[in-house]
Design a protein around this ligand. Structure first.
Ligand SMILES: Cc1ncc(COP(=O)(O)O)c(C=O)c1O
Length: 487
């Protein structure tokens, strides 16, 4: 008998992961109540004495009730497929409610929402989504922009936006919810709160979607709320949301083999945050402030998104910022964000996200106290000798998310269907102005820059080519970006 070959995945998890300071998801509450032996206790739905997740019975009912109360929701469902799966469920619920549903969506919605709209054939219009180029940050829509959208499309069944954004910018969700509820008898305010599962549990953080009166939100528990990868919650208030359709959508989507270990972690993480969130998040916030202070003192040319001088002008769109995130603008330095991130990895430090001009760090629950000084020192080592001469600044990208119109030339569902039959591949530069038959994005953040059914913008192409040249990860059929399929 030969010994099994070694799994590289097992190897990397056992050997390598813990060597890095990880300023990136998942943010794990390491001391949450834990399952003792993962392998001995893996169990399936056949062990019916637990109750079942899909029917919300037994221990799952208990866990959902606790999470709903902790998050301030009337109902909560668990996800073992992240916010990606939750977004699909929510969109399916809307499609079940009205096959001809029209929804208003922010341009920076995650690709899971875009893909759901595409697959389900739901009609949509974009809300204006301005962009802060210094920090490569799309902004949430303002109250007036949402109301204007509703005036133009009073039949809208929902308004969907991301809050907080990837960079931690929170929308005026309370004011948006009030305005939408006053202006429409039916429209739901749906918040992609993938980045906000922790907000409810610390006073200094922006208010959560449920606290702000949104009708429904999805959260990734694994991102900032302490759970293992893939865990998430869907929270809603029963007033406008049709619970029966939510159940139907959930039943359609849910795997028949949900991991009880992941569910246990989501449950334990919520319970830990409910009991100790103020303290655990307080430590993360303090560490974030410490890191930012060191950077201000030692790298005066770095720009920090959280600083009042940058946040104040965004007030129409932004109600506050997640104090566990740090986004650095690197305009005054030679290396791109991608290059800085690479050099940090060489020093044993991983950041959440890099861009042409930025890096974003998340102060996770598990980040070690010494990581603050070691990371500040590494950034000084990388950046201090690389200040641009004569006060020069990098040319900032134009808004790569800008679209020519708020609606597609052809619904992405149709564009996708015709893509193979009548689409043609052209050199990317020649695709500008043509209707795209495929989507292209940089990951992270996972927001498509080129969208099926929309005309290709010159700014999206410029951003993609620059990101690729700097080592950004392109998600596309042709990751070399040589060609694009257009109609
Ligand atoms: C705004 C937003 N929504 C949804 C998702 C998907 O979340 P998950 O990774 O939990 O599937 C992400 C992932 O980055 C995201 O940024």
């Amino acid at each position: 008998m030969t010994a099994p070959t070694q799994s590289p995945i097992v190897g990397i998890l056992n050997r390598d992961v813990r060597r890095y300071h990880r300023w990136c998801t998942p943010s794990i509450l390491a001391h949450q109540e834990r399952v003792e032996d993962f392998y001995a206790s893996d169990v399936s739905i056949s062990a019916g004495f637990f109750g079942t997740l899909v029917d919300h019975t037994g221990v799952f009912d208990e866990a959902e009730r606790f999470a709903a109360a902790a998050q301030g929701a009337d109902r909560t469902m668990f996800s073992v497929h992240g916010s990606t799966g939750s977004n699909w469920i929510v969109l399916r619920m809307l499609a079940l409610e009205r096959q001809d549903a029209l929804v208003l969506v922010a341009r920076n919605i995650h690709h899971s929402i875009m893909n759901g709209l595409k697959a389900l054939g739901i009609d949509f219009r974009f809300l204006p989504t301005p962009y802060e180029p210094r920090f490569e940050a799309p902004l949430p829509p303002s109250v007036d922009e949402v109301l204007d959208g509703l005036r133009r499309y009073p039949e809208a069944l929902a308004v969907i936006f991301t809050s907080p954004t990837y960079e931690g910018l929170a929308a005026h969700t309370g004011a948006i919810a009030d305005a939408v509820h006053a202006a429409s008898e039916q429209a739901l305010v749906i918040v992609d709160e993938a980045w906000g599962g922790h907000l409810r549990f610390h006073d200094a953080l922006p208010a959560s979607a449920m606290q702000s009166g949104a009708d429904l939100c999805v959260q990734s528990t694994h991102k900032l709320a302490g759970g293992l990868q893939q865990t998430g919650l869907i929270n809603w208030r029963s007033g406008r949301v049709d619970g029966e359709l939510m159940e139907e959508a959930y039943r359609e989507y849910l795997t028949t083999s949900p991991s009880y270990h992941l569910l246990a972690s989501a449950d334990a993480a919520v319970r830990t945050l409910a009991a100790e969130g103020q303290r655990a998040l307080g430590t993360a916030i303090d560490r974030t402030r410490e890191l930012q202070q060191r950077l201000r003192e030692r790298l005066p040319d770095v720009e920090l998104l959280g600083d009042a001088r940058w946040l104040a002008p965004l007030a129409e769109h932004v109600s506050g910022i997640d104090l566990t995130k740090t986004t650095l603008g690197l305009e005054r330095y030679e290396p791109s964000g991608y290059e800085v991130a690479r050099r940090l990895v060489e020093r044993g430090i991983v950041v959440e996200k890099a861009g042409l001009n930025t890096i974003t760090l998340i102060t996770t629950f598990q980040i070690a106290p010494e990581a603050v000084e070691e990371t500040a020192a590494a950034l000084v080592e990388i950046l201090a000798p690389q200040v641009r001469v004569g006060g020069e600044r990098r040319e900032l990208p134009h808004n790569p998310f800008g679209t020519i119109d708020d609606r597609p030339v052809m619904h992405p569902y149709a564009a996708r269907r015709y893509a193979k039959a009548i689409g043609r591949e052209v050199p990317l530069a020649e695709a500008v102005g043509a209707v795209a038959a495929e989507a292209v994005e940089v990951y992270p953040p996972g927001v498509p820059l080129i969208l099926e059914g929309f005309r290709v913008s010159v700014d999206a192409v410029a951003y993609l080519l620059a990101a690729r040249a700097e080592g950004g990860s392109i998600v596309a059929r042709d990751t070399s970006l040589a060609t694009l399929r257009v109609l």
